[in-house]
Design a protein around this ligand. Structure first.
Ligand SMILES: [Zn+2]
Length: 443
């Protein structure tokens, strides 16, 4: 009797341990709100970090800010035996490139790369922005603390590097500070082009832009809600892919949307106290962010940010008007919340960096048959594969089946017409690639 009970308990424990990984909880616990507060304070105290601001001063302007960011990454690297390759990536942007570039400027980004042990040329990226602005986007001299927009995202990125540099991953991770965001997404554009030139395989980018405000202009106060923005399908898809979608579906199943679902699911598993809101749109209505240039280049990318914005604290001259205090100042940033969203990033960077690549080809069959059939290309390093499906109206992959180390499978009794399907690759520790929506059919 006792033996049976013990066996039963053992089975439950083993099953549970296969579903979650203690290292992910350790990563959540290691993120420090105090260090994030220190970093946001430091960044806000550079006075202005406007892209066109002073680059010579040691205490004020974007030059001092980026040198400090680089030195912080280097400190992190020193603590892990040089595990980060830290460098500037820069492009000259000429006066008049748009109305916000009022003089020639070097747009300088800071990259810190933690090389993967097995797939060094595959990269998952977390970014924040270095630059800030006030009411007039060409005003590069007035105080522009940009505490939330976007010292919060930058500080989160520095902290994620500190936490994750204690581990070894199979894929590479890039921690990145981007410039030129407020002037027209120049920094992201520069790195996306650099990635293409280097032949980097980009798993995806998590663009963190404003992760510190919990009091919304809508009156809602929440330290658990946050948004994941993702576009439906890549802008550079071919006419053939567009036509295929009409007959096979996929309007809401592009690579960035799959990345959004990945983050959503992982947060629900490991941080159930949080409320991730998937927003089915590239970005906020008519506004931009630094994931877009990566999307333009055909890479998966999402924006992670607070759910309840306050517009009196964004892009504003610091002033009091009609009793309202305007300005993106330190007082409005909630550091515990910024730490939670940093943990959201860190656990997803880790999960993807520990996971095998996704299958490149996924074919689906089963037209006018009682069962759905799948074939996919084998993935080096995968211990097995998981087939996912969901009602066509559901935003999340609600059903799944682990099918082992095979490259084809039939879901008996599941009619192809009534669901959407996808396949992911699963590593030996249970970490998964993003889900791949079928990109081919067979009879
Ligand atoms: Zn902004």
């Amino acid at each position: 009797m006792k033996k049976w009970l013990l066996l039963g308990l053992l089975t439950i424990t083993l099953t549970l341990s296969a579903q979650t990984d203690q290292r992910i909880y350790d990563i959540i616990d290691a993120v420090s709100a105090e260090r994030i507060e220190n970093d946001i304070t430091k960044l806000a105290n550079f006075g202005t970090r406007h892209t066109l601001s002073d680059t010579v001063s040691q205490t004020r302007g974007i030059g001092a800010a980026r040198r400090w960011i680089k030195s912080e990454f280097e400190k992190t690297s020193d603590a892990c035996n040089g595990c980060l390759n830290v460098f500037y990536q820069k492009d000259l942007v000429k006066k008049g490139a748009n109305q916000r570039i009022v003089h020639d400027v070097e747009v300088v980004n800071v990259l810190a790369i933690q090389k993967g042990s097995k797939y060094p040329n595959r990269y998952i990226i977390m970014s924040g922005d270095i630059d800030s602005r006030v009411s007039d986007p060409t005003n590069f001299t007035d105080d522009s603390p940009g505490a939330n927009d976007n010292a919060s995202g930058m500080a989160g990125t520095l902290e994620a590097a500190r936490v994750l540099s204690k581990y070894t991953f199979e894929n590479s991770i890039i921690y990145m500070g981007l410039s030129g965001e407020e002037q027209g997404l120049f920094g992201g554009g520069g790195v996306a082009q650099y990635a293409k030139d280097q032949g980097w395989e980009i798993i995806g980018i998590f663009n963190n832009d404003m992760i510190g405000n919990i009091k919304g202009v809508d009156g809602i106060v929440s330290n658990v809600d946050f948004r994941i923005f993702s576009e439906p399908v890549p802008p550079n898809e071919t006419e053939e892919q567009r036509r295929a979608r009409r007959f096979y579906g996929g309007e809401v199943d592009g690579i960035s949307r799959q990345l959004a679902r990945y983050v959503h699911k992982n947060v629900k598993t490991y941080m159930p106290e949080m409320n991730p809101m998937m927003i089915y749109r590239l970005d906020r209505f008519g506004r931009g962010g630094h994931h877009r240039p990566f999307n333009d280049a055909g890479f998966a990318g999402i924006r992670i940010m607070e759910a309840h914005e306050n517009y009196t604290q964004q892009h504003q001259d610091i002033r009091v008007e009609d009793g309202i205090a305007y300005g993106d100042v330190l007082e409005h940033v909630n550091f515990d919340y910024a730490a939670k969203l940093t943990a959201v990033n860190a656990i997803n960077l880790a999960s993807l960096a520990w996971a095998p690549p996704a299958p490149i080809e996924v074919k689906i069959g089963g037209i006018v048959q009682p069962s759905a059939k799948f074939q996919w290309s084998k993935v080096d390093g995968a211990a097995g594969y998981k087939i996912y499906w969901r009602d066509t109206t559901s935003p999340t992959w609600d059903h799944s089946r682990f099918v082992g180390d095979v490259t084809e499978f039939t879901l008996e009794g599941i009619v192809i017409d009534n669901f959407f399907f996808g396949v992911s690759a699963v590593g030996k520790d249970g970490f998964e690639s993003p889900v791949v929506f079928p990109n081919g059919i067979f009879r």
